[in-house]
Design a protein around this ligand. Structure first.
Ligand SMILES: Nc1ncnc2c1ncn2[C@@H]1O[C@H](COP(=O)(O)OP(=O)(O)OP(=O)(O)O)[C@@H](O)[C@H]1O
Length: 289
């Protein structure tokens, strides 16, 4: 079995580590036949992953954060290769959901001796996501986060608190499965394939990544007391029973917004739109875990 590691050299906080050398050391120790390839720019991992799959690599491993995982996974859709993950980001949502090792030696060892399973794949306005996508406040925060000079959890919390004071919900119409119509407001509307955003922040604790359904989490308003309950619910995995959010499950969701709303895929801000089509393709990606 041949394994291709695709490394985003800009990911992770520890820049002093020689990651290619460590990958080589741990993969050699595991007796693997492998190659390490480095991305040269944002978006490059998708093309590298697709190319590796065409070259017959059985497992293509994203070495980076959720952005790199999204790119590699996108490149593997419709191919014969499985996605592996060596997590090096701050959130690592999909790796945590799949209960993959978070340390470098452990994750490399797992990627070299995996079991295989298939997972569902979401799409929002045509963009694939594997963990979560969403509209509203969380997307707005990802946009601000991308523009901030620094990264990490501290910056994220700081931006969230600052923007919370300014952000207002937008009127939206949500259609679930072509039937159920909700006339409501969007503070946060999250589409969860996996249970968490990353960092063990559980937006949809019940989400099952193989059930052919997205868990749709709606927070229509966020006054201060509810914000506290949402914060505690995210951290403890109790949001679904806290009463602070409403949940639905659906395979196909349409959202019409009264004003442009930002959306994110797997934590990365994409753009603003007023119409959103969200779909799920059951078991469309093989993962190595
Ligand atoms: N060689 C590169 N140079 C610049 N940017 C890159 C390169 N390779 C990948 N990227 C971009 O870097 C972005 C961030 O990467 P990624 O999410 O993997 O790491 P991270 O930001 O450290 O993780 P996290 O988001 O969990 O904190 C990705 O969106 C990707 O497109």
């Amino acid at each position: 079995m041949r394994i291709c590691f695709i490394l985003n050299p800009t990911s992770g906080t520890n820049r002093t580590q020689d990651v290619p050398a460590l990958l080589t050391r741990y993969a050699t120790a595991a007796g693997a036949t492998f190659e390490v390839r480095l991305t040269q720019h944002a978006g490059h991992a998708e093309a590298l992953a697709w190319q590796a799959a065409q070259q017959g690599f059985r497992v293509v491993v994203a070495v980076g954060g959720d952005g790199t995982v999204n790119e590699v996974a996108r490149g593997l859709l419709g191919t014969e290769a499985a996605l592996g993950i060596v997590p090096r980001g701050s959130g690592n949502g999909l790796a945590r959901h799949l209960r993959l090792p978070l340390d470098l030696p452990g994750a490399v060892a797992r990627a070299c001796a995996p079991t295989f399973q298939r997972i569902d794949v979401g799409r929002i306005n045509g963009r694939p996501f594997f963990c979560t996508a969403g509209l509203g406040f969380d997307a707005h925060v990802s946009k601000m986060f991308a523009q901030a000079g620094t990264r990490g959890l501290k910056t994220y919390v700081k931006i969230s608190l600052r923007e919370y004071r300014r952000y207002r919900p937008t009127p939206v119409q949500i259609t679930l499965n072509g039937e159920q119509l909700l006339d409501t407001h969007c503070y946060v509307l999250a589409f969860a394939n996996a249970a968490q955003y990353g960092n063990n922040a559980y937006i949809a604790p019940q989400a099952n990544i193989q059930d052919g359904l997205l868990d749709v989490c709606l927070i229509d308003q966020l006054p201060f007391t509810r914000a506290l309950r949402v914060g505690v619910g995210l951290a403890l995995g109790t949001l679904a029973t806290s009463g602070a959010a409403v949940y639905h499950t659906s395979r196909h969701i349409l959202v019409q917004s009264a004003a442009p709303l930002g959306f994110h895929v797997d934590g990365d801000y994409v753009t603003d739109a007023t119409r959103f089509e969200v779909e799920l393709t059951p078991l469309a990606l093989e993962v190595a875990n």
